[in-house]
Ligand binder design. Structure first.
Ligand SMILES: Cc1ncc(COP(=O)(O)O)c(C=O)c1O
Length: 388
């Protein structure tokens, strides 16, 4: 890695979005922000209590253990078993992380050499490609099939031969695409045949609706020989600011990540680990009301978009709508028209790679009545688009 590779990475689109939003705010504009996917709900009480207890505990004031506190490991292993029927060895197949974004970056940095290939879905959460570039490895984008699966046949043999890591993200941000266990089995088989580390980014494991239950890649028999999975408390438990996540699966990959991390840090804040311990221990009580709130928001937003004449399907999972930019606008033109006009902040599709161009993302991070207003603004501005 070098300052050159840092300089070659284009500015983070969310930075640019923040700058434009802040300029509007400074000019006195009142905004409805459905841009970034930062949950607006409260941290669960049981989690706050755990953090308070930890802060006051003299026995927990020293450096944390490198991999994870035993209570965190136990809670995570219990959650994986209870929620997915997955058994992991809490000593060797788990590691606490200060958020899955950092964890994904560290996995890429610890598993690639310059010139290696990382296979990334063509529409992707930005850190996949950015960490790959920081490692001086090469991102190769895998196209989606119409049903949301990845078109693995489209990867060129030369790229496949150099591929060390592949990342998948179901339910997807921003695509909202979902996956079946059979499709995961296919991915596991592909990764095993080509000797690739498969990283499943499961950031939205609990945010699903209408009876759809999100699977884990680790449910596939033998998956932990080739795959690791990233889980986070950020979305499912309204804990994005706490920064607690974990990775589970292939023990050699966990050991390599641990070795990498031990050179640059001291493990994850014990307070954050105890917060995560409480969340995973009490997931069955915490998650349903959070999901019910997102479902109500999703239904209100979809209904309001449909009332405005848009053909919008309700996503089965995540906290997003992934919509086409109306004719007459390019991505930033559309974002600016919404921000400067009715004051609605959305995320341009190019934040998620070139293949995201021509779409935009709306996050369900406002109450239902505010989302209804945002939808009315979006559909009326679109109706007045330059080309229509
Ligand atoms: C797909 C995906 N992965 C990872 C993250 C980052 O999660 P964390 O807060 O655990 O770093 C996000 C956050 O938006 C995400 O959408």
């Amino acid at each position: 890695m070098s300052l050159n590779s840092l300089a070659e990475i284009p500015p983070y689109v969310f930075y640019e979005l923040d700058a434009r939003r802040n300029r509007q705010r400074a000019a006195g504009k009142s905004l409805i922000d459905v841009g970034i996917g930062s949950p607006d709900g409260p941290i669960p009480d049981v989690v706050i209590e755990a953090m308070q207890r930890t802060a006051a505990d003299r026995g927990l004031s020293g450096y944390p253990e490198f991999r994870a506190h035993p209570l965190f490991r136990q809670a995570v292993a219990g959650y994986l078993h209870n929620r997915f029927g997955v058994s992991v060895d809490a000593g060797s197949e788990l590691l606490a992380l200060a958020g899955s974004k950092e964890g994904i970056a560290e996995l890429i940095l610890s598993h690639t050499n310059p010139g290696d290939v990382v296979l990334i879905p063509e529409v992707y959460y930005p850190v996949y490609a950015r960490a790959t570039s920081l490692a001086a490895a090469q991102p190769v984008f895998v196209p989606f099939l119409p049903d949301g699966r990845l078109d693995l046949e489209a990867v060129a043999p030369g790229d496949l031969a150099r591929a060390r890591v592949m990342i998948v993200n179901y339910p997807g941000n921003p695509t909202t695409a979902t996956i079946t266990l059979d499709d995961y089995a296919h991915l596991v088989d592909f990764a095993a045949r080509h000797d690739i580390l498969l990283i499943s980014d499961l950031a939205y494991s609990e945010l699903s609706y209408d009876g759809y239950v999100v699977p884990s890649v680790l449910q596939v028999p033998g998956a932990s020989r080739v795959a690791v999975e990233m889980h986070t408390c950020s979305k499912s438990f309204n804990m994005a600011g706490v920064r607690i996540a974990f990775v589970a699966g292939k023990r050699e990959a966990i050991a390599q990540l641990d070795a990498y991390r031990s050179n640059i840090g001291y493990g994850v804040s014990t307070m954050a680990q105890m917060a995560g311990t409480a969340a995973f221990t009490h997931h069955e009580a915490i998650v349903p009301p959070i999901v019910a709130e997102y479902r109500a928001r999703r239904d209100a937003l979809v209904a309001a978009m449909q009332a405005g004449g848009w053909d919008v399907q309700a996503p089965k999972a995540t906290m997003y709508l992934w919509l086409p930019v109306p004719g007459g606008y390019d991505d930033w033109g559309w974002v600016d028209a919404l921000m400067e006009g009715p004051g609605v902040v959305v995320t341009p599709g190019i934040a998620f790679g070139e293949a995201g161009r021509g779409r935009f993302r709306v996050s369900l991070v406002q109450p239902a009545d505010v989302l209804t207003k945002a939808a009315a603004a979006i559909t009326s501005i679109a109706a007045a688009a330059p080309s229509s």
